[in-house]
Design a binder for this molecule. Structure first.
Ligand code: R2B
Ligand code: URA
Length: 295
């Protein structure tokens, strides 16, 4: 079996593999069924919230004219206790929760699933929300590379007690194609670097956490340094996502709408209806992108 996107000699032709957090298991005896179910997957689309991913699955089914019988709804795959996963035509959809540890587990298990299914050419996209840095709320930021707290485009993974550094780059080709889609459907966007933090409050320089030991001036100086280095948004998963997909040679992009401009404040205070409309922007972009690729 060609393991194009899995680098693990222990997993060459496994007789079984429990994809524990997806609530699915693979066995060699059932390989044909596994391939029949998942072998046609061309896109893996993830985002933080399960609710948002369900909305996306419905919109995709509508866009692709995939009919579910009257009175029935899309049903998820596997267990939903950790992640909620849907398959709509050639698109696998899942929510990844918040933060890099959560998205990491999902990526390992989904990537093995696709490998066992023989789906070797899937494009991965994270769509989500973020704080803007010097861009207006509602702008969709396409990540060129993801930065750590030192504004370096690397992700450091502690493995067997040692630090292993991996480049946190996204696919330029996929990002350029998605930018063209934004242009074609008139969605305001920017291509820029994304600062990826392990926390929403202190690591993102917010003044409104339960702990804050810096001044407003220090916060603004940090955000300005980020902006000067080319950072256009801040979120919490892109660095792991970029490093993982780059390491495994998986074409990937990160498409996040900004909920606010962090140079102007910390709290997400826009009315619900405005935030709802912002939330739909990455979905519209990714829907149009998938449609364009499948035509
Ligand atoms: C963006 O939004 C979440 C925090 O509110 C986090 O998952 C992220 O990356
Ligand atoms: N998600 C983040 O991580 N930060 C923000 O400011 C908004 C959404």
């Amino acid at each position: 079996m060609a393991h194009q996107h899995v680098i693990n000699a222990n997993l060459v032709n496994p007789s079984t593999d429990v994809l524990y957090h997806l609530g699915l298991s693979y066995s060699e005896a059932e390989r044909e069924q596994f391939q029949a179910i998942f072998g046609d997957i061309k896109f893996f689309i993830c985002g933080g919230s399960a609710e948002r991913m369900k909305t996306f699955a419905h919109k995709l089914a509508e866009t692709m004219d995939i009919k579910t019988p009257f009175g029935y709804s899309l049903s998820h795959i596997g267990s939903t206790s950790r992640y909620t996963t849907y398959k709509v035509g050639p698109v696998l959809i899942a929510n990844h929760g918040m933060g890099m540890p959560s998205i990491s587990i999902l990526l390992h298990e989904v990537t093995k699933l696709l490998e066992y299914a023989g789906a070797h050419d899937a494009i991965y996209i994270r769509m989500g929300t973020s704080g803007g840095v010097g861009v207006e709320g509602g702008t969709v930021v396409l990540t060129s590379e993801a930065l750590n707290h030192e504004l370096r485009p690397v992700h450091v993974v502690p493995i067997l007690g040692k630090l292993v550094e991996r480049p946190a780059k996204l696919s330029e080709a996929v990002t350029a194609e998605i930018a063209a889609v934004c242009d074609s459907i008139s969605i305001p966007y920017a291509i820029g670097k994304t600062l990826c933090a392990d926390d929403f409050y202190e690591e993102q320089g917010r003044l409104d956490g339960a702990i804050c030991e810096y001044t407003n001036e220090e916060k603004l100086a940090f955000l300005q340094t980020c902006h000067d280095a080319g950072t256009r948004n801040i979120e919490m998963e892109s660095r792991l996502f970029a490093a993982f997909t780059h390491k495994l040679n998986i074409p990937a992009a990160v498409v996040c709408v900004t909920l606010l401009n962090r140079l102007e404040g910390d709290q997400v205070t826009k009315p619900h209806s405005v935030l709802e409309e912002y939330d739909l922007r990455p979905m519209s972009v990714v829907l149009a992108y998938i449609k364009s690729k499948l035509q």
